[in-house]
Write a protein that binds this ligand. Sequence first.
Ligand code: SF4
Length: 363
Amino acid sequence: MKHRSEYRNPLLAGAIADRINRISRKPCSFMEFCGGHTLTIARHGIGSMLSERINLLSGPGCPVCVTPMEEVDLMSALAGLPDVIVATYGDMLRVPGSKASLLERRAEGADVRVVYSSYDAVELAMSNPHRQVVFFGIGFETTAPATAAAVLKASSLGLENFSVISAHKTTPPIIAALLSSGEMRLDGLVCPGHVSVITGVAPYRQAAAQGVSCVITGFEPVDILQAVLMLVEQVEQGRSEVEIQYSRTVRDEGNPRALRIMERVFAPVASNWRGIGVVPGSGLEVREQYCAFNARNRFDITLPETDEPAGCICGRILRGAASPADCPLFAGRCTPTSPVGACMVSSEGACQAHFRFRGHARL
Ligand code: SF4
């Protein structure tokens, strides 16, 4: 299949769903790790095509949703400093901090710019030599190499007014943490396609060794349904392996060059996940060699600890232990135009996807 319409062909999708429902015997729970998958599943009503034996859970793969409030507060504080430009991806603008979002800080006069790539932030620094540009690096292995490349570019240019706050996270430690928590039983992982373009199959091997079937998947409805079919086949045949459905893009070994760049600039550190807590080794911090480009070193800002908004259950949703409709604030105090928690901010957040495509009712 080459064209998007083929990946959205309702007859093909229906035929795959029928096959899934025919061969599925055991009740099973599959978690989609990636926010892009959450969005596709909600938008195309994939859950409603499947037998009640198959339970699809959202996981912690929406970058905006898992970025903790203290990182938003840190960027907010930096944006308040004179002669500082904060550069960030657009989705981060509306994420609530403990006092204000970056969008609100911008409305108050702070210089917060939306960029489409990390190199845009480097160019911003080059064109504003008398101001400090701080890039907010968020996301998983998909975006971390680009932030690393920006640091290398700034280093090669000798830029003294560019630095980053790295809130990047990596997939293997959080998968291990979820599987060891015992909070829910998982039979399979719908593994993230874009992350896997960089990492290859390595992050999922441990899960497969623990008996959890894994399929790396693309983002169209037929992709997701094929992945669910492959997972059901594994479960029914008593297999737990790492398979690639998204073979038009993902290779076993991933992208070794991107991995090398990421490793050159970043070192693994413990990282706080919004609503989940600190997970050892799951974050990426700028290595000592490039500390001149680490905004945490360049600016002396200490912030008080933060609490999640009262009543928000984002953490349980990101761990697959609750659904948006379980939240007492869903569709009442918390909506996409007035989000209380991060899962309602991003289009890939489970709460916003549920609100937009599965109705506002708290079922
Ligand atoms: S509906 Fe809003 S308050 Fe409730 S969990 Fe989702 S983001 Fe948090």
